[in-house]
Ligand binder design. Structure first.
Ligand SMILES: Nc1nc2c(c(=O)[nH]1)N[C@H]1C(S)=C(S)[C@@H](COP(=O)(O)O)O[C@H]1N2
Ligand SMILES: [Mo]
Length: 319
């Protein structure tokens, strides 16, 4: 590995498992010394080979809970991203049609000044930090991911919503050229654009993250490049990908999965082992890479930080 340890395109060696290194080494050798001086070629190769390239600067998470991370390979090869396909293993091979150049986010609704913001500007404004979070899909699988991003609260303070704004609403980009399932029109799997929302106090919670990367590397397209929401105490579908619009609103937004099937999916979607999905138990989950299931934790293990948000609510009704 010595010869790839250059400052510009250094990989985070902690993040690469021994068998990973062993298998990838053959491809480096094939490349030959000449190609190795071209950093962009190497970056491309690394991405294809599922090795994160450390190209973000961020403050490391101390990982006080001692969570064991899933590998970069696991996190980037099992995805839910219906805009491409419902086949979780195939998203990574299709996501290249998503073009994240010059990414913009439209901001409107109950806000001091509606505007369109440039992702590049945002990246300069907010210092990035790593957040190692558990992530639990409503389907019963989970993973532990070292996300990179900044607190949504910082962005909200910068955008200055009006006091009449009670909820924040997000939309994923709508572009039929980039997302094949959107191009299927009436035959698409779900309706687009994908929509999600949070109550303002949930959005301002210190855990709520706008993520722009993982494993020190810019967000892989299959994981929702270039910027997505991460709400670790809620089922994964709340963590909307590839965000192109943010609105501040008075009424609770109708999120995509509630719209698709309100008997099975609600607005709050807090991880809760005691409230089963109508078609399966939510008491246990399978961590990616594990054979045996493990217990699901109330609020996905973030009870201390978020339980107060739901005082007085009936979590069996507001699921
Ligand atoms: N735009 C959009 N965002 C989305 C989804 C999607 O299909 N489209 N799937 C959701 C679901 S169900 C999950 S579990 C997570 C998966 O994130 P991952 O692929 O990074 O694991 O993204 C969520 N965000
Ligand atoms: Mo999910």
């Amino acid at each position: 590995m010595k010869y790839i340890k250059s400052k510009k395109w250094q990989i985070n060696e902690n993040d690469v498992t021994p068998e990973n290194l062993f298998n990838k080494r053959r491809s480096f050798i094939k490349l030959g010394a000449a190609s190795i001086v071209s950093s962009s070629a190497l970056v491309e190769l690394f991405a294809k080979e599922n090795i994160p390239v450390k190209n973000l600067d961020y403050k490391k998470d101390k990982n006080l809970n001692n969570l064991k991370l899933n590998t970069y390979e696991q996190i980037t090869s099992h995805n839910n991203f219906y805009e491409f396909t419902t086949s979780q293993g195939k998203v990574k091979d299709m996501a290249h049609t998503l073009n994240t150049d010059n990414w913009k986010i439209k901001v409107d609704g109950l806000v001091k000044k509606p505007m369109t913001i440039d992702l590049d500007d945002i990246m300069k404004k907010f210092a990035l930090e790593e957040r190692i979070y558990r992530f639990r899909c409503v389907e019963g699988w989970s993973m532990v991911v070292p996300w990179i991003g900044f607190e949504l609260s910082k962005l909200i303070k910068y955008l200055q919503p009006l006091s009449s704004a009670k909820y924040i609403r997000f939309e994923t980009l709508y572009d039929e050229k980039m997302f094949p399932d959107q191009a299927r029109g009436a035959f698409s799997t779900i309706s687009y654009p994908y929509v999600e929302g949070l109550r303002m106090d949930e959005a301002m919670n210190e855990l709520t993250l706008m993520a722009v990367g993982l494993y020190g590397s810019k967000m892989p397209k299959q994981n929702g490049a270039p910027i997505r929401l991460i709400v670790p105490w809620k089922y994964g579908f709340k963590s909307i990908k590839s965000i192109s619009k943010i609105s501040f609103v008075e009424k609770q937004p109708l999120n995509t999965w509630q719209k698709e099937n309100s008997n099975e999916y609600g607005f709050y979607a807090n991880v809760n082992p005691n409230v089963d999905h109508p078609r399966w138990s939510q008491a246990r989950e399978r961590l990616l890479g594990n054979f045996f299931k493990q217990r699901t934790l109330m609020f996905n293990g973030y009870e201390k930080q978020v339980a107060h948000l739901y005082k007085g609510m009936d979590l069996t009704k507001d699921f």
